[in-house]
Design a protein around this ligand. Structure first.
Ligand SMILES: CC(C)(COP(=O)(O)OP(=O)(O)OC[C@H]1O[C@@H](n2cnc3c(N)ncnc32)[C@H](O)[C@@H]1OP(=O)(O)O)[C@@H](O)C(=O)NCCC(=O)NCCS
Length: 142
C-alpha cells in the first residue's frame, strides 16, 4: 500500500536524495544540498510516497502567505501511472488548504504531457502561457 508522509527521518532523507538524483538526473552533491535546504526551510514541505518503506515519489511545496507553489513533483520511473502522482498532489493540496492560501500554482513544461495531465486531473488550469512552459493554477475554496 502506498503511504504519503511528511515525516522524514535520516533514513528517508537518504532515500529522498537518491530519488531526487533519479528523477532529476542530478549529481549527488547537488541533490543532497537541495534536499537539505527543502528540509530546513520552514516554508517548504516535502510529501514523500512510500511503499514498504521504499521511497517512490516526492512533491516539494513552497507555502507563502499569498499562495503556494508546487516546486517539483516526481515519481520513480518503475512506479509511474499507479496513482502516486495524484496522491502526492492531494497531499500538497491538503497542506495548502490547512495554510489557508487562496490558490496553488505550478510551472509545467509545455511539452510535459504527463505532468500537465496530472495537474489538470487535480483541477488546475493554465493561467499564463510562457511559450516553453505554462503557469497552472488551482483556486482553493476555503
Ligand atoms: C508527472 C508525474 C509526476 C506523474 O506521476 P504518476 O504517479 O505517473 O501519475 P498518476 O499515476 O497519479 O497519474 C495521474 C494523471 O497524470 C496524467 N498522466 C500520468 N502519466 C501519463 C502519461 N504517460 N501520459 C498521459 N498522461 C499521463 C494522467 O492524467 C493521469 O491520470 P489517469 O491515469 O487517470 O489518466 C510523473 O510522470 C513524473 O515523475 N514525471 C517526471 C517528472 C516531471 O515531469 N515532473 C513535473 C515537473 S513539476
Amino acid at each position: 500500500m502506498i503511504e504519503i508522509t511528511l515525516d522524514i527521518d535520516e533514513i528517508r532523507r537518504a532515500q529522498l536524495i537518491d530519488l531526487f538524483m533519479h528523477c532529476r538526473c542530478a549529481p549527488r552533491d547537488f541533490a543532497s544540498r537541495l534536499v537539505g535546504s527543502y528540509l530546513q526551510d520552514r516554508g517548504t514541505q516535502v510529501c514523500l510516497a512510500l511503499e514498504n518503506n521504499a521511497a517512490l515519489g516526492f512533491c516539494v511545496l513552497d507555502i507563502y502567505s499569498t499562495h503556494s507553489t508546487v516546486d517539483y513533483i516526481g515519481v520513480a520511473e518503475s512506479h509511474k501511472r499507479r496513482g502516486i502522482g495524484c496522491g502526492l498532489l492531494d497531499c500538497a493540496l491538503e497542506l495548502s488548504i490547512e495554510n489557508t492560501v487562496p490558490f496553488v500554482q505550478a510551472g509545467v513544461g509545455a511539452t510535459n504531457i504527463k505532468s500537465r495531465g496530472l495537474f489538470e486531473k487535480k483541477g488546475f488550469s493554465i493561467s499564463q502561457d510562457h511559450g516553453s512552459w505554462y503557469m497552472m493554477v488551482k483556486q482553493i475554496k476555503q
